[in-house]
Design a protein around this ligand. Structure first.
Ligand code: ADP
Length: 504
């Protein structure tokens, strides 16, 4: 109800022009949560009457058949050289959000966003994403568009606020900026010799914070220059102000605490809803949970696990990296997976891609345990099936800015088992064995034993208190992590950023 009344108030507030600058947006490009977040946020903002436009690079894998090419090309200044960008436009979502692509074959006609199998991080990323930021400003002159706010995302968009601060007042210099940090662990760090691509000086990038000889850090430039900052959950906004979660940027983040906000991501219920999900062989709802067992059986068949309704099935969908706790899950016989798979009557299915060492170790574990099934790669359809068919969803993250999978799990009645950090702490309520209240199982310490003990607790509850499990499933499915609430919080931030700019 509170959201309803806030929403109606928003009908009377001023409408803003927002330009989203991003490296990912579904359905065109996604490597993780960022891609999932941009599209529904923009859809919601447009639905609320704001003018919102997305700009991103034209990667080699994007199908341009639904795009219109603009007549005019632009030149993008990159220090010692100028690169040409041709411009393509389409609209996305049922709200017809305009989306522009900046196309330059040399920089972006590749099969990855930030890297690929041969080159995990493209060596020219500083040039590629300087091109995105500088090119966006040029695009604004061509459209023409003077947004109230440039809303930029992560290190790929982080140079834009610094570039904006060098623009003349009256032109784009009248616009303000908001930088959303989706993960402070990824900063876009390059050699100091690459600074010329940005077309900016150290003073413009870091103001007084420059220490002689330091590397070029695009996120730091964004933190220094953006009018306002936010991250994607209130807890993570606090955590990044101290080591180790600040990843070296804690000082600047805590200095800017009055400009730093935490806005929890929503989830796109059009995509992640068990009642309508076309990727599930059977749809289900809180009222008809029987079909969830059929989805589980289908998942067990597809991933080559024995079809057994009485064994709890634990799913993981993740980047296979330390951040997601894979060092604790793996580590051969001492890791949490080994303990869980050898000691508990469970099955596990893991879908992911990432660090080769862990990928290899997971493959070795499947030879030891026939109750483990792994899929190395990116597979959206299987991700939906795992969310629907699993009983539990495990996320032992070292840190988690927001996390989407625990929210998807709750929507699918799949109980999350998560470490109490960042957005996981903000979205999952711990199980109370007295009353059966809660929506998941939380633990604090990150080590194999504590992961194992928490999974054991969940499995024991499954075996001995199935009534509590059903209660939790229903409560989790009732939870709403809607984008309308988050979009309203972003509108408040736009308002604050504009006010801050005007008060100067
Ligand atoms: P992060 O952005 O840190 O990777 P999130 O939980 O915020 O983590 O979002 C990850 C998104 O990417 C989710 O939509 C998840 O389902 C998806 N995802 C991650 N790995 C895979 C994979 N291997 N196959 C399909 N989807 C994946």
């Amino acid at each position: 109800m509170a959201i309803q009344s806030k929403y109606s108030n928003s009908m009377n507030v001023k409408k803003y022009s927002i330009l989203m600058v991003t490296s990912e947006a579904v359905p065109l490009a996604k490597s993780g949560g960022l891609g999932d977040v941009i599209t529904p946020l923009c859809r919601e903002l447009k639905k609320m009457g704001h003018q919102v436009t997305i700009v991103m690079p034209c990667y080699g894998f994007i199908d341009l058949s639904s795009f219109k090419k603009l007549k005019k090309d632009i030149g993008v200044f990159l220090g010692f050289e100028t690169e040409k960008a041709s411009l393509y436009k389409t609209t996305i979502t049922d709200q017809h959000v305009p989306l522009f692509l900046l196309k330059n074959e040399k920089l972006f006609a590749r099969d990855g966003i930030y890297g690929n199998k041969e080159e995990p991080l493209f060596r020219d990323n500083v040039k590629r994403f300087s091109f995105l930021c500088r090119g966006t400003l040029e695009l604004c002159r061509v459209i023409p568009l003077t947004p109230d706010v440039f809303h930029v995302h992560d290190w790929p968009g982080a140079l834009l606020p610094a570039m904006l601060n060098t623009q003349n007042e009256g032109e784009l210099g009248g616009s303000t900026s908001l930088l959303t940090i989706h993960n402070v662990g990824y900063q876009g760090i390059f050699s100091k010799h690459d600074i010329h691509y940005t077309g900016l000086s150290w003073n413009q990038l870091y103001k007084k914070d420059y220490k002689t000889g330091e590397n070029l850090n695009l996120l730091k430039a964004g933190l220094t220059n953006s009018s306002l900052l936010n991250t994607v959950s209130p807890t993570y906004a606090k955590e990044i102000q101290t080591p180790p979660n600040g990843h070296g940027l804690e000082e600047i983040l805590s200095r800017r605490v009055s400009d730093l906000y935490g806005v929890l991501n929503g989830i796109d219920y059009k995509e992640w809803n068990p009642e309508t999900d076309p990727n599930l062989p059977y749809n289900y709802s809180q009222e008809n949970l029987d079909n969830k067992s059929l989805v589980k059986a289908e998942l067990q068949k597809i991933v080559n696990l024995s079809v057994d309704s009485e064994k709890p099935l634990i799913g993981i969908i993740s980047r296979i990296v330390n951040q997601k706790g894979f060092d604790v899950l793996c580590n051969s016989s001492k890791g949490a997976l080994s303990l869980i798979l050898s000691k508990l009557p469970v099955q596990m299915v893991i879908l992911g891609t990432g660090d080769r060492v862990y990928e290899e170790e997971l493959k070795t574990l499947t030879n030891r345990f026939n109750n483990l099934s792994i899929f190395i790669g990116f597979n959206d359809k299987l991700a939906h099936l795992i969310e629907g068919g699993s009983d539990f969803f495990l996320m032992p993250s070292r840190y988690e800015p927001c996390g989407l999978n625990q929210m998807y799990s709750m929507s699918y009645g799949t109980i999350p088992i998560v470490r109490k950090t960042g957005g996981l702490a903000d979205t999952v309520e711990n199980y109370d064995p007295e009353t059966g209240a809660g929506t998941g199982f939380l633990f604090e310490e990150l080590n194999p034993v504590s992961v194992y003990e928490t999974v054991k607790k969940a499995v024991d509850t499954w075996i001995h208190r199935r009534d509590h499990i059903f209660k939790m499933m229903k409560k989790a499915m009732k939870k709403r992590f809607s984008w309308d609430k988050s979009a309203l919080e972003y509108i408040e931030l736009y308002k604050k950023a504009i006010r801050k700019k005007n008060s100067r």
